[in-house]
Design a protein around this ligand. Structure first.
Ligand code: GUN
Length: 289
C-alpha cells in the first residue's frame, strides 16, 4: 500500500483564498480591515522565520500586520505594558506572543494578560477551558490545522481510535479535545507511556506531536491508518542529513503502511498560519467589526 500524501500547502492556499475573499468583502461593506499584532521577544532564529512568514501572509490576504520585535532583555513589565496597550487598541483584533519566551519571563502570566477576545492562539485559560467544556472558543492554530487536514481524507471520524503522542498545551491537549468533539475514542500518550509502539499500532488516526525526529517508526503504524505529523525537526547540519527538516514520523517507512500521511515540510506547518489568519477574522467579527 502507498499512502495518500495529504497536501498541506494546497489546503492552506485554498483557505487563504477564502480568507482573502472575505477580507475583500469586509473592505467594501464594513470599511475596515482586521489587524493582527505579533510580538517576538529575543532572536530565536526559528521564531524569526515564523513571524516573518506570519506577517507576510497577513498582508497577502489583505489584513493589517503590526510587528513588535523586542530585545531579549525586555522585562515582564515592559511586555505586559505592550500587551495591555494592544488589548485597548481598536485596530488590533488579534494578539500573538511568539513562544518560547526568554527564561526570565513568566509565560503563563503573559498568556493570561492577552484579552481572551483577541487571543488568536487560543492559549488563554478562558479559551482553553471553553474548549474543554465543548463551548465555542478560539482554538489553537496547529490543532485546528490538523483537524482540517484530517477532514480532507476522512469526513466522518466517529468511533475511530485516535492516538495522540505528546501532551503539550499547544498541540497534544487541545487536539485531544477536538478529536473527542468529533466522537473519536482518544488515547493520550507521552514520554512515560509504556510500550508506545503497541499503543500506536491500535490507532486509526495517529497524531505525532513530540518534537523528536523520526521517533514514530513504520512498524508502529496500523496498515491504512491516517498519520498526522506535527513535528518540524532540523537534523544536524554536519553529516549525511545536511540540516534536512524531518517530522516526528519516519516518513519513508510510514508511507508504505499508512493509508494517508502528512509530509514534513508541506503538511501541518502551512496550515498553522492559515488557521491563525482564520482566527484573526473570527476575533475581528466577534468584536463587532
Ligand atoms: N511557537 C510554536 N508554535 C507556536 C504557536 O502556535 N503560537 C505561538 N504563539 N508560539 C508558537
Amino acid at each position: 500500500m502507498t499512502a495518500t500524501i495529504i497536501d498541506g500547502n494546497a489546503a492552506a492556499e485554498r483557505q487563504r483564498l477564502q480568507i482573502a475573499a472575505e477580507i475583500a468583502r469586509w473592505k467594501e461593506q464594513r470599511r475596515c480591515i482586521p489587524g493582527l499584532a505579533v510580538i517576538l521577544v529575543g532572536n530565536d532564529p526559528a521564531s524569526e522565520v515564523y513571524i516573518g512568514s506570519k506577517a507576510r501572509q497577513t498582508v497577502a490576504v489583505g489584513m493589517r500586520s503590526f510587528e513588535y520585535r523586542l530585545p531579549a532583555e525586555t522585562s515582564q513589565d515592559e511586555l505586559l505594558t505592550l500587551i495591555s496597550r494592544l488589548n485597548a487598541d481598536e485596530e488590533v483584533d488579534g494578539i500573538l506572543v511568539q513562544l518560547p519566551l526568554p527564561q526570565h519571563i513568566d509565560t503563563d502570566g503573559v498568556i493570561r494578560a492577552v484579552d481572551p477576545a483577541k487571543d488568536v492562539d487560543g492559549f488563554h485559560p478562558e479559551n482553553a477551558g471553553r474548549l474543554m467544556r465543548g463551548l465555542p472558543s478560539l482554538v489553537p492554530c496547529t490543532p485546528l490545522g490538523c483537524m482540517m487536514l484530517l477532514q480532507t481524507v476522512a469526513t466522518d471520524l466517529r468511533g475511530l481510535h485516535a492516538v495522540v503522542v505528546g501532551r503539550s498545551n499547544i498541540v497534544g491537549k487541545p487536539i485531544a479535545q477536538l478529536l473527542l468533539q468529533a466522537d473519536c475514542t482518544v488515547t493520550m500518550t507521552h514520554s512515560r507511556s509504556r510500550d508506545l509502539p503497541a499503543v500506536c499500532r491500535q490507532a486509526d488516526i495517529l497524531i505525532a506531536a513530540v518534537g523528536r525526529p523520526e521517533m514514530v517508526r513504520g512498524d508502529w503504524i496500523k496498515p491504512g491508518a491516517i498519520v498526522i505529523d506535527v513535528g518540524i525537526n532540523r537534523l544536524p547540519t554536519a553529516g549525511a542529513a545536511k540540516g534536512r527538516l524531518v517530522g516526528d514520523v519516519a516518513f519513508e517507512e510510514a508511507r508504505h503502511i499508512a493509508g494517508a500521511i502528512t509530509p514534513v515540510p508541506g503538511g501541518v506547518g502551512p496550515m498553522t498560519i492559515a488557521c491563525l489568519l482564520q482566527n484573526t477574522l473570527l476575533t475581528a467579527g466577534g468584536r463587532g467589526k
